[in-house]
Design a protein around this ligand. Sequence first.
Ligand code: FES
Length: 159
Amino acid sequence: MSQHEPHTTENLTESSAPPVSRRGFAKYLGIGAVVAAAAAVIAFFRGRDQAYPVTTIGQIDEIPVGGSKVFAYPQNDRPCFLLRPAEDRYIAFSRLCTHHGCPTFFQPQENVFNCPCHGGVFSAQDGRVLAGPPPKPLPQLILETRGNAIVALGFVKSA
Ligand code: FES
């Protein structure tokens, strides 16, 4: 074909889309599978900081529905609350106020955590600040049940 010859549809197809061999296509599929697997792993661990220990913090049925207990996580000087708001539901929060670190107290009648130091109040549903000077919610733990054990995996990353 000369330089002045008009392009035909056939010519454009051949020049703009190089043929992909079966081997090349399989290679693209393989790369796609690896990328998809990596995305799944990232999604699985999203929200969990690998620096925190995996620790058993309680046992199923150890506390009654509506009850609570204090435990330490991730170190002995870091008290937390484990709550059982429903038969099959457990949630846990750091007990330490996000204002100046005073220990909070669970008030089951109002379903809140009260901080006696400066009047901070946190929701026991999700740890959000309801009143007072605390700048951030109470950190919530990531929990998992393994058999009869309730296991802490770290803290939910705040947005
Ligand atoms: S330390 Fe809790 S409100 Fe100030």
